[in-house]
Ligand binder design. Structure first.
Ligand SMILES: Cc1ncc(C[n+]2csc(CCOP(=O)(O)OP(=O)(O)O)c2C)c(N)n1
Length: 352
């Protein structure tokens, strides 16, 4: 195992300047260590495609960026790698975690790339190295190789020693109800109804499994950023849909909002539960204070609850007064304890 803080010190000595990141729990110690350290600028990115393009801009302008992403995110970055980095000859370190999969695991989103990740990298026209887990010097040499050649670094689980985010990065959300309280209310209100609840990857889907046992649920365990569009498809096919999402998920493929906003004659309600962080990948702040979720939804064509919801009473009022059609609400919430992942037999539903 590598000492995370020593590794970051060496990155700084090697003059790396920025970390462009979509978090992955396999890389959380490295990410959280860099956030604590503050010497390499942390650039939380809406998607892996965004992270790669920012890094390319930094590199051509003389900075020394590193990109960190999850293996599933390497597919999002495919267009950037093959149509920006490669043809323009821009080289920079991309560290991708290598998510594993065992038969019977409910993380079905990782099953394919658990064996095919090196082949995907090869198909992009790149070599790969697996980050050394024993020697910081060897690992830094590998990062430097990626900085100067078409090579992608693969990060295995448990490569970096444990680092907790410093207390000043921990958020106090105690003025808001926990997400579980809102979910329990939805469960009570809609138990045994024909409404379908889609939970986004991250903790929303997991918490739905724990707190909404009596509603019809679709747990989206991967396909980050795609829950709203899945919901649009189901709503266009005549179903009454609720998408329950996280704030980091909201921005990943935000074009889904502009597409959905065209259709007013469907029943689709998007409830964004904003805990200001990536809870499921180590609690990194999402730093989206500048984003006006409600007005983005409104400008995209949704009917919105004008004020952000900060209490259960306001939530009840929204649920009981909203009209049919395309609705959006921004709900502030506190974080719950970690809840179990839904098991594979309930995740792998393919018909509703
Ligand atoms: C393409 C892709 N990139 C990264 C991830 C890793 N990932 C899973 S959940 C998550 C963050 C989710 O945060 P948010 O939507 O705010 O929900 P929360 O976990 O806080 O409830 C990330 C980055 C992923 N699943 N897919």
């Amino acid at each position: 195992m590598l000492d995370t803080n020593q590794f970051i010190d060496k990155l700084i000595k090697n003059e790396y300047t920025h970390l462009c990141v979509v978090p992955c729990s396999f890389a959380k110690n490295l990410i959280n260590g860099a956030i604590n350290h503050n010497h390499i600028e942390y650039l939380p990115s809406a998607s892996e495609a965004v992270a790669c393009s920012i890094a390319a801009g930094l590199k051509v302008a003389g900075a020394k960026p590193i990109v960190i992403m999850q293996s599933s995110g390497l597919t999002n970055a495919g267009s950037n790698i093959t149509s920006l980095l490669n043809p323009y000859g821009i080289t920079l370190p991309i560290i991708t975690s290598w998510r594993t999969y065992k038969e019977g695991d409910s993380e079905i989103q990782h099953k394919h790339l658990a064996t095919k990740l090196p082949k995907l990298i090869e198909a992009y026209g790149y070599n790969h190295v697996v980050l050394d887990q024993e020697s910081i010097d060897k690992a830094i040499t590998q990062i430097n190789l990626c900085d100067n050649s078409k090579t992608i670094t693969i990060l295995k689980k448990d490569t970096f020693s444990k680092v907790e985010l410093h207390d000043n990065y921990k958020l106090d959300l105690s003025n808001y109800p926990k997400r579980s309280e809102y979910l329990r209310y939805l469960n009570e209100t809609y138990k045994n109804s024909d409404k379908i609840f889609i939970g986004t990857t991250g903790n929303t889907a997991r918490e739905m499994y724990s707190f909404m046992s009596d509603t019809k649920n679709f747990y989206m365990v991967g396909n980050m950023g795609g829950a709203l569009s899945l919901g649009l498809g189901m709503a266009k096919a005549g179903k009454n849909i609720y998408v329950l999402g996280g704030d980091a998920e909201f921005v990943m493929h935000m074009g889904g909002l502009t597409t959905a906003g065209r259709y007013k004659d469907i029943n689709l309600t998007y409830i964004l539960f904003d805990n200001e962080q990536n809870k499921s990948t180590g609690g990194q702040n999402s730093y989206q204070y500048h984003v006006d979720y409600k007005n983005i939804a409104k400008a995209s064509g949704f009917s919105i609850k004008k004020k952000s919801i900060t209490s259960l009473d306001e939530f009840r009022e929204f649920i009981n007064t909203k009209k049919e059609g395309l609705n959006f609400a921004h709900v502030k919430c506190d974080i719950d304890e970690v809840t179990p992942r839904p098991p594979v037999d309930v995740v792998a539903i393919n018909k509703i």
